[in-house]
Design a binder for this molecule. Structure first.
Ligand code: NAD
Length: 311
């Protein structure tokens, strides 16, 4: 099975891919077209109709990661091509980043680091006063794999209370997970001290957090987005942070990635940015790569892959 790997993957996964057939790597300068591709592995490469049409033998698009908004799922389905992802491979890494960002906001870690390295005259200056999270409430927007893991770390590690807004989560499961489930996003936002976003980017989640939602949040609230950039309206967030409508925000994902240096958010002291590093740990990279290769191997063996996202 000839597999084109469009974006860099971990060496461990590359070795595994080599074992199942011929592979063509992302950095091969001789590759001008992909018409003989039977399988592809992609991370951020856009797989639209045109690209799918350029690969008439394609049987599987293995997404290395979770979010499949870079792939035309419907068209792939029409063409009988499996699209798979790696749903469990990076959830711990993303959850750990979300918690790290929330704590970094609460204790102003980047700013504290910068001021200390620039030379301070006094210890613990008033402007670096932080917030304690213990006993406060986290509002999870989306309580799927990553959202649940984030909740678990906040509760077990910091003794925080958990609430969620996720219309697709049953009351029973919410109860079992110890989540206070809200039917209305605005109601959850009014009550939460930390708001963490873990929903896919879809028509219904674009601009899910905009002016009205930010207006509803507490003035002391922290917003963390490790999901997708367009879920938060960046202009509205900039205004809210500039006018101290909310305390702090941190984002791993942006409307345009990597974010441009002149993105107004980057000029704010109460904003922390990371460049889409949620899944960028050794462990997650190995797991994602191996899972993607495994899915291709299953198709090669005539089996149905485990993590199909375009049923
Ligand atoms: P998941 O499918 O397990 O969970 C998503 C949850 O969102 C589900 O419970 C679903 O019911 C809920 N949801 C869907 N639409 C909603 C809406 N309109 N309002 C509220 N809730 C809604 O997915 P996951 O593994 O938890 O991942 C979530 C997202 O995180 C992915 O889609 C991906 O975009 C993003 N992600 C980012 C990184 C990163 O590097 N920063 C890495 C992995 C995943």
């Amino acid at each position: 099975m000839k597999t084109y790997i469009f974006d860099p993957i971990h060496q461990v996964a590359l070795d595994a891919a080599n074992e199942i057939g011929e592979i063509v790597k992302w950095d091969n300068p001789e590759v001008k077209e992909y018409s003989d591709a039977e399988a592809i592995i992609v991370r951020t490469t856009i797989v639209d109709k045109n690209r799918i049409d350029s690969m008439p033998k394609l049987r599987i698009i293995a997404k290395h990661g979770i979010g499949t908004d870079n792939i035309d799922l419907k068209y792939a389905k029409e063409k009988g091509i499996f699209v798979t992802n790696t749903p469990t491979a990076n959830m711990t890494s993303v959850a750990e980043l979300a918690v790290t960002l929330a704590l970094s906001c609460a204790r102003q870690i980047p700013r504290s680091n910068m001021l200390t390295k620039n030379g301070l005259e006094i210890l613990a200056p008033r402007e670096l006063t932080g917030l304690e999270l213990s006993g406060k409430t986290v509002g999870l927007i989306g309580a799927g794999r990553i959202g649940q893991k984030i909740g678990e770390i906040f509760r077990e590690g910091l003794g925080m209370n958990l609430s969620c807004y996720d219309p697709y989560l049953s009351e029973e499961l919410a109860d079992k997970l110890g989540l206070k489930k809200y039917d209305k996003l605005l109601d959850m936002l009014r009550d939460a001290d930390v708001v963490s976003i873990s929903v896919p980017l879809t028509e219904s989640t674009i601009n899910l957090i905009a002016e009205k939602e930010l207006e509803a949040m507490k003035e002391t609230a922290i917003l963390v987005n490790t999901a997708r950039g367009k879920i938060v309206n960046e202009k509205a967030l900039y205004e809210a942070l500039l006018n101290n409508r909310i305390k702090y925000a941190a984002m791993d994902v942006f409307e345009i990635e990597p974010p441009k240096k002149d993105n107004p958010l980057l000029s704010l002291d109460n904003f922390i940015a990371t460049p889409h590093i949620g899944a960028a740990t050794e462990e997650a990279l190995v797991n994602m790569g191996l899972t993607a290769v495994e899915e291709i191997k299953m198709v090669l063996q005539g089996k149905t892959p485990r993590y199909i996202v375009n049923q």
